[in-house]
Design a binder for this molecule. Structure first.
Ligand code: F6R
Length: 397
């Protein structure tokens, strides 16, 4: 019924306009109205000539007074100049019907193809746009909810989050073990993953989780620190994880901080190759720096960057200063996996705890994807998640 009503109204309205405009309006209205189109058009057809007839009879009665309206009408081919000779002298119902019929026919062969084209050729995207316009507009609320562009799980506390991540890791390792497949883990250092490593050690000790078939690649290493330096990431990883599990030493990979400048490009290229040779990273663990870095991909790092040397941002060095015993002792450069290297991982989980991380977590999860916050690139990853505690989620609410 709605379609018929739409068709009738369009027809009635269009009857007073020039033909091209009638076509356009009928097509656009039917397209936007999108009810039962054939019925709407049929109704349009019926009402249009009918209205013309009424208008002409009406014109005959009131003559030139309404000439202005009819001059725009679709029966302009009938000369209605001045005295309206056709109507006055030869008004003949048969001719009249031919005129109306011909016009209706003309309307039909043009209007149908136009509307057909709208429904078949107009790109789906545009149709969706129209569908969106048609949606009822909700009452606008003054408080806005941020759009989370990365799946983000907010946990009651850090322990609940790391337990879940450790269980997910164990499941991955065990399912790969079951089909004799190596598991490749990408690992991070810093304070964020420490409790996660404790959970993995716990699963190893109490639940028999084995790392015999695991290969690890760490994200980064400070330049200029040898392996035994207490602040080297090599040292950190052995202290916090590797010394407590059954991983094979030859399966542990970290970039070297002691590579001569000339050898850095080939060292980095080899690191990339080693990741590929291992079959790519199955699960990449990340933290996030206050600059928004993942690994040491400081602001300005391109999305497709690979393992390379990078200058550390002053904020990053400031954050590392307490453990080094002063900012002057913090290295100025590091070797890091690139954003492209990280994004190539099959699954990525970024952990963040505490109010200090809330602003940057919000930027990464809800802000635009850009090279200022390299963690925002994770928005474009098909299987990346943030596991954060309530405090780190503070700015999301
Ligand atoms: C560490 C790393 C960094 C840290 C980040 C957060 O290997 O790549 O991106 O994850 O600086 O550090 P924490 O966890 O100490 O806040």
């Amino acid at each position: 019924m709605r379609s018929v009503a739409v068709g009738l109204s369009i027809g009635l309205f269009c009857a007073m306009l020039p033909i091209p405009l009638q076509m356009l309006i009928a097509a656009v209205c039917c397209f936007i109205g999108r009810g039962n189109i054939p019925i709407a058009i049929a109704a349009c057809w019926v009402s249009n000539p009918f209205t013309q007839i009424l208008l002409m009879l009406f014109q005959e009665r009131v003559g030139a007074k309404i000439r202005g309206i009819l001059d725009l009408g679709w029966l302009d081919f009938i000369d209605i100049d001045g005295t309206v000779p056709f109507i006055k002298e030869d008004l003949n119902l048969a001719n009249f019907a031919v005129g109306v019929g011909a016009t209706a026919f003309f309307l039909g062969i043009i209007a149908y193809p136009i509307i057909f084209c709208f429904y078949t050729i107009v790109p789906k995207k545009y149709l969706q746009g129209v569908a969106i316009l048609k949606r009822k507009i909700p009452v606008i609320s003054l408080t806005t909810t941020p759009m989370k562009k990365i799946p983000t799980e907010v946990f009651e506390d850090k322990q609940a989050a790391v337990n879940k991540l450790a269980a997910e890791t164990a499941e991955l390792i065990r399912s790969n073990d079951a089909v004799a497949k190596i598991t490749v883990l990408g690992l991070a250092t810093g304070s964020s993953p420490i409790d996660y490593y404790k959970s993995l050690i716990h699963l190893h000790n109490t639940d028999g989780l084995s790392f015999q078939n695991v290969i690890t690649f760490n994200l980064d290493e400070y330049a200029g620190l040898d392996r035994e330096h207490p602040e080297s990431y090599w040292h950190f990883m052995h202290q916090n994880l590797f010394n407590h599990i059954d991983i094979k030493p030859e399966n542990i990979n970290l970039p070297s901080g002691m590579i001569g400048e000339a050898e850095i490009p080939s060292h980095c290229a080899q690191y990339e190759q080693d990741i590929k040779d291992a079959g790519g990273i199955d699960l990449q663990i990340l933290g996030i720096g206050r600059t928004g870095h993942i690994g040491f991909n400081e602001p300005g790092s391109p999305k497709d960057s690979l393992t390379r040397a990078i200058e550390l941002n002053p904020i990053t060095r400031e954050d590392a200063a307490p453990s080094f015993g002063g900012i002057d002792k913090v290295p100025t450069t590091a070797i890091t996996m690139g954003c492209g290297t990280i994004l190539a991982a099959k699954r990525i989980v970024l952990m963040a705890w505490g109010t200090g991380k809330a602003p940057i977590v919000n930027e990464a999860v809800t802000g635009p994807v850009n090279d200022i916050v390299s963690a925002s690139y994770l928005q474009d990853h098909p299987n990346a998640s943030f596991y954060i505690d309530k405090q780190a989620a503070g700015d999301l609410e």
